[in-house]
Ligand binder design. Structure first.
Ligand code: FAD
Length: 334
């Protein structure tokens, strides 16, 4: 993404772009940002280092917000300085362009997880896996579906991450979010309008600070068995960290009739012969036709060219348009 006519895009605060033409030099902005946030800010950081697909050009500025205070201060500082802002958790569901991001990338994490009876509270930067493990250890049921989903709980809430017909929203009691002005507010599950891989956060641009989930008492042994079973199923179908990817590239299609399940995009892509298709070092995973893997030095341009071809095949054969599940930055013109 590049600055156009002096306008910095702010993908976490849609519709709010600030003219930063004539801004003081880079070093001054860097110092101002670091001081305001109270954490080191780095310049020109390759986003490939912060995404599981290992792709992405440089972030103009990048800061890791380790505390909720730093998170709020960073939001406000970016807004005050007229900088575009992009929040990142584990980077497991994003594809940045090869030209990177011309603004501040705010990486949220790590984070604490606490239990109070059947209620689990977690800071946004906590890995989803920590919640799954703690629940299993304490004999609390409800989270086993999430075993093996990479990333943070903040990222999970943004896209209502889930598997096997269940998602984080099913367990959600509420969350604390931070707005562009750095102000925090408590939101309910209803306000978050959670749907299949969506939430209102995509529209509001607010950032998750913490979430509260409600689990159910269960049998530790049965929960561990479920967790391990789900991890095994994943290992059979999905690439591990040694083969960089961003998970499923396209969303599954809506159920054909009420009460039926969604139609897996992977099934349609498989029927179109997509497994093994390749553009440069971007390749459709041999074991899952809806996953694009980076087998070497793939670029975002190669991934998108491959994704276009996959989408074209499905549209021609089945007459349906697949929608990306991966967050493509800047937004994709399919
Ligand atoms: C091998 C593999 C398997 C996967 N399997 C699944 C699966 O089964 N089900 C599933 O749903 N997903 C799956 N994913 C995708 C991904 O792991 C999830 O979507 C995950 O929840 C994203 O979390 P993250 O922290 O990595 O988010 P990121 O990729 O860092 O960000 C994703 C989006 O969330 C936003 N975001 C991140 N943190 C915050 C925050 N604190 N506040 C507000 N917005 C935030 C970002 O701005 C971005 O728009 C898989 C990915 C991989 C690589």
């Amino acid at each position: 993404m590049s600055r156009q006519n002096g306008v910095w895009p702010n993908t976490n605060q849609p519709g709010r772009c600030v003219n930063a033409a004539g801004r003081a030099d880079e070093v001054a902005v860097l110092n101002e940002l670091s001081d305001a946030i109270g954490a080191p800010v780095r310049q020109e950081v390759p986003l490939a280092e912060h995404t599981t697909i290992r792709i992405g050009g440089p972030a103009r500025y990048l800061c890791v917000a380790r505390t909720t205070e730093q998170l709020g201060r960073a939001m406000k500082a970016a807004s005050d300085l007229g900088l575009g802002l992009q929040v990142l958790g584990g980077g497991s569901n994003v594809l940045f362009s090869d030209s990177g991001f011309d603004g501040l990338v705010l990486v949220v994490g790590p984070g604490r997880v606490e239990l109070d009876g059947v209620r689990m509270w977690a800071e946004a930067g906590a890995p989803y896996a920590d919640l799954v493990r703690l629940a299993a250890r304490k004999g609390l049921a409800g989270l086993s579906f999430a075993a093996g989903i990479p990333g943070t709980v903040g990222g999970a809430l943004w896209g209502n991450a889930g598997a096997y017909g269940k998602a984080i929203g099913d367990l959600l009691v509420g969350a604390v979010v931070v707005g562009a002005d750095g102000r925090r507010r408590q939101v309910t599950r209803d306000e978050l309008r959670l749907g299949y891989r969506t939430s209102a956060l995509a529209e509001t641009g607010e950032v998750v600070e913490s979430v509260t989930l409600e689990l159910e008492p269960g049998e530790p042994q049965a929960i561990w068995a479920e967790v391990e079973g789900n991890l095994r199923r994943r290992r059979e179908r999905l690439p591990g960290p040694e083969l960089p990817s961003a998970g499923s590239f396209f969303k599954n299609l809506p159920p054909p009739a009420p009460g039926e399940s969604r139609v897996p995009a992977g099934k349609l892509l498989d029927e179109c012969g997509c497994k093994g298709l390749r553009v440069g070092d971007a390749m459709v995973y041999e074991r899952h036709a809806n996953v694009i893997v980076n087998v070497g030095r793939a670029t975002a341009a190669q991934v998108l060219q491959l994704a276009r071809e996959m989408r074209r095949r499905v549209r021609e054969r089945f007459g349906v348009a697949l929608e990306p599940e991966v967050r493509i930055l800047p937004a994709w013109q399919a």
